[in-house]
Design a protein around this ligand. Structure first.
Ligand code: MN
Length: 725
């Protein structure tokens, strides 16, 4: 919700634009000659190249440099911006950049340059690998990420020129999932909004257009009623009467932020009322609170909307007071109240760390906990896909703030539990987490943490991660760490199993155990260590008979035994299965869906091996899972494929008023939302209400949520929710 304040002077000559950029900088540290030199190298390198828009390519690096200069970034960052595409797209070598501009610039340019030799990779894999590289470079120097974000911002500003629609969509989605949230974490809000809005325009142009129309309507209405300038004057005069110097300016929310709110709260455009927003900038902190008091005294405030980010700043250093008041014509008005210093930090975000004369307090890059979290995910993920997936999850969503017993603040994803907290404090504490005290009371590890909770972890050296933790933990860091610990545990089990089986068969052949012979076999096979070999036998990836016969070629053929493990039998299931789209299972496993929780696509799921039946899929919050808590060998990590051909049955519990036609209203609403009713059962009949279980065939989670949201609007329905055992 920022003004788009960077108005560009209409300068057309590239060199003049660079000169203007240097001139506008009030930073006396800047050496114009170095920046102009970088410009010349870029201009020569990109000579003759054109953007998809038909413009000379050099205008792109200049636009990126201008974005950074507007945030008062230092000289090396601006030089990096000018040179950011030369290594990738021209004959200029990184060694030349290093010789001319030094190691820092060369390292930063290297950080934003995409990897070469990935031609055979899918675009997703390339995206993941390049992102991994960017994060590694960012960990050393946060400026790399700022340059990359400015680069992405300009690419989004010009995305309409890309000829392939699917490429425009892919880049837009990637921007919404990764780069806009990163810009938010770095506190560069106007970049975030700019990227979001361009991406939104590609992904859902119709929705954006209707929101724009609604914004126009509300603005015109406000103007007709009182004039938004007069609201502004009313605020200014009121504060002046109390001797508070304030500059009040109006802001407009972006279409994307309004759309995101509609999605989150399941509300329609006509229900969006607080589109008007004002920012009040005062001299210092006491004036912020005084202004708040005066404004609340004059205008009724909306309960629950007051947020004090001055006493508890956001992680990126952002400080402000947010509140919503009811204006003179019953309209909701959002207010941000902040001091001049806070405003400066809010405007340039993390760039304040490098900006000249930045007097606002700002976290050191190493204090960006999210960056450390991403690095932690990077170190522990089993592959780049897992890394990217968890990073996306980490980047999205809301947070809760909790405290350690010493009073340190930790930010965790909404829904986080003591296990997430334990891993956020330290991996060892997470790995040996045995219990928790929340606000000094013993609480179960599944407890959802609330804002302001004080959490203390009880550890036990004998505790280790167990599979249920995966489903209790919400943060990516904890989930990745737990998954890794489980992989190691599983490997240890496989290793034991493999060793036992190998030994049994040796004994059946009357052969002694011979370490040397086993090592000799390994040295000429694909297995580097004997452990790898036994783990492979345990996992049924290789037959122990084959190895023994390779080791002792003169042995008599031995009567073949069937592998006794459940997995093997599942492999050999003869019945052709409908192809279920679940990732993480071996082909031809017999799959059934739990009748306790009715899992549907879009939900977090896991599979439990059921002897003789195959696997049963449960939702990860299903209480039945408690029964398997101490049987880690029966758990399999699975997830839905994004595309499903089948419909799935979900059960809801609707409480309906006992009056004629009620049930008909309910079934009609379900039908209109595209749901197919499979079964209806009355649970409890009271004088006023009936409780009804309804089984509905749906496409997935989004579909059933839509149906439930629809039912809540039906007059005959008192309440309605998913029903799980
Ligand atoms: Mn670029």
């Amino acid at each position: 919700m920022e003004n788009f304040s960077e108005t560009k002077a209409p300068i057309h000559d590239p060199e003049d634009r660079v000169k203007a950029l240097i001139q506008q900088s009030s930073d006396p540290r800047i050496n114009p000659q170095r920046i102009l030199k970088a410009f010349q190298i870029a201009q020569q390198g990109h000579a003759g190249q054109k953007r998809h828009s038909g413009e000379p390519y050099i205008l792109h690096p200049i636009a990126v440099a201008e974005s950074l200069a507007a945030k008062r970034m230092d000289e090396d960052s601006i030089i990096t911006a000018l040179l950011h595409d030369v290594v990738e797209d021209t004959s200029v070598k990184i060694q030349h950049i290093e010789k001319t501009f030094g190691a820092d610039v060369a390292r930063m340019v290297g950080g934003v340059t995409k990897l070469g030799q990935l031609r055979n990779y899918s675009s997703e894999k390339r995206q993941a690998e390049n992102f991994r590289k960017l994060i590694i470079a960012t960990a050393r120097d946060l400026r790399v990420l700022l340059v990359k974000l400015a680069d992405r911002r300009h690419n989004m500003q010009t995305i309409q020129h890309l000829p392939l629609p699917e490429k425009r969509l892919r880049i837009s989605r990637e921007t919404l999932e990764i780069y806009a949230p990163l810009a938010q974490r770095l506190g560069v809000h106007d970049w975030m909004q700019d990227m979001e809005d361009h991406a939104f325009n590609q992904i859902n142009p119709d929705a954006r257009a209707s929101i724009m129309a609604r914004i126009d309507f509300i603005q015109n209405q406000a103007k007709m009623m009182s004039g938004s300038t007069s609201i502004q004057n009313a605020f200014t005069n009121l504060l002046q009467k109390h001797n508070i110097e304030a500059s009040v300016s109006g802001r407009i929310k972006t279409p994307y932020s309004i759309w995101a709110k509609m999605q989150k709260k399941h509300i329609g455009l006509e229900q969006i009322t607080d589109i008007l927003a004002f920012r009040v900038i005062v001299e210092d902190v006491p004036a912020c609170y005084m202004a708040l008091g005066i404004l609340h005294q004059q205008f009724q405030n909306v309960p629950g909307r007051l947020k004090d980010y001055i006493s508890l700043p956001k992680i990126n250093g952002y400080q402000s007071i947010h509140t919503v008041v009811i204006g003179p014509h019953q309209e909701r008005i959002e207010l941000q109240i902040r001091s001049k210093d806070m405003h400066e930090t809010a405007e340039i975000g993390a760039a304040a760390h490098w900006a000249y004369k930045a007097h606002a307090p700002i976290a050191e890059p190493s204090n960006y906990r999210w960056l450390r979290q991403i690095l932690d995910i990077l170190e522990n993920a089993s592959g780049v896909d897992e890394f990217l997936e968890h990073t996306k999850i980490e980047m999205s969503g809301e947070q809760v703030f909790v405290f350690s017993p010493k009073g340190e603040v930790y930010d965790l994803p909404k829904g986080a539990t003591p296990i997430d907290f334990a891993y956020a404090v330290h991996t060892d504490i997470g790995d040996h987490c045995a219990g928790a005290r929340i606000n000094a009371r013993i609480a179960p590890l599944r407890t959802t943490l609330q804002n302001g909770d004080q959490v203390e972890i009880i550890t036990n050296p004998n505790t280790q991660p167990n599979p249920t933790w995966t489903y209790i933990a919400k943060s990516s860091k904890a989930r990745v760490r737990i998954a890794r610990a489980l992989r190691i545990q599983k490997r240890d089990q496989m290793l034991d199993l493999g060793k036992t089986r190998f030994e049994q068969i040796l004994r059946a052949h009357n052969q002694p155990w011979d370490d040397e012979a086993i090592k000799a076999y390994c040295s000429q096979s694909q297995y580097t260590t004997t452990e790898d070999l036994f783990a492979a036998i345990g996992a049924s990836m290789i037959s122990p008979h084959k190895i023994i016969h390779a080791m002792y070629p003169n042995l008599k053929p031995f009567q073949k035994q069937r592998h006794p493990s459940v997995i093997k039998r599942l492999f050999q299931s003869e019945k052709p299965q409908p192809k279920m789209k679940i990732r993480g299972l071996i082909d031809n496993m017999v799959i059934s869906f739990a009748k306790c929780c009715f899992p549907i696509p879009g939900e977090n799921i896991c599979a439990i091996i059921t002897t003789g039946k195959g696997v049963t899929i449960h939702t990860t919050d299903c209480r039945e899972l408690d029964k398997f808590a101490d049987m880690p060998q029966r758990w399999i990590d699975v997830e839905w494929e994004s595309q499903q051909d089948h419909l799935f049955v979900a059960r809801i519990l609707a409480v309906i008023f006992n009056r004629p036609g009620s049930l008909n209203d309910v079934t009609t609403a379900i039908f209109q939302a595209g749901g197919n009713i499979m079964d209806v059962k009355f649970n409890n009949r009271h004088a006023d209400f009936h409780e009804v279980f309804i089984d509905i065939e749906v496409k997935g989670l989004e579909h059933i949520n839509k149906i439930i949201a629809g039912l809540k609007n039906v007059k005959s329905v008192h309440s309605c929710r998913r029903q799980k055992a």
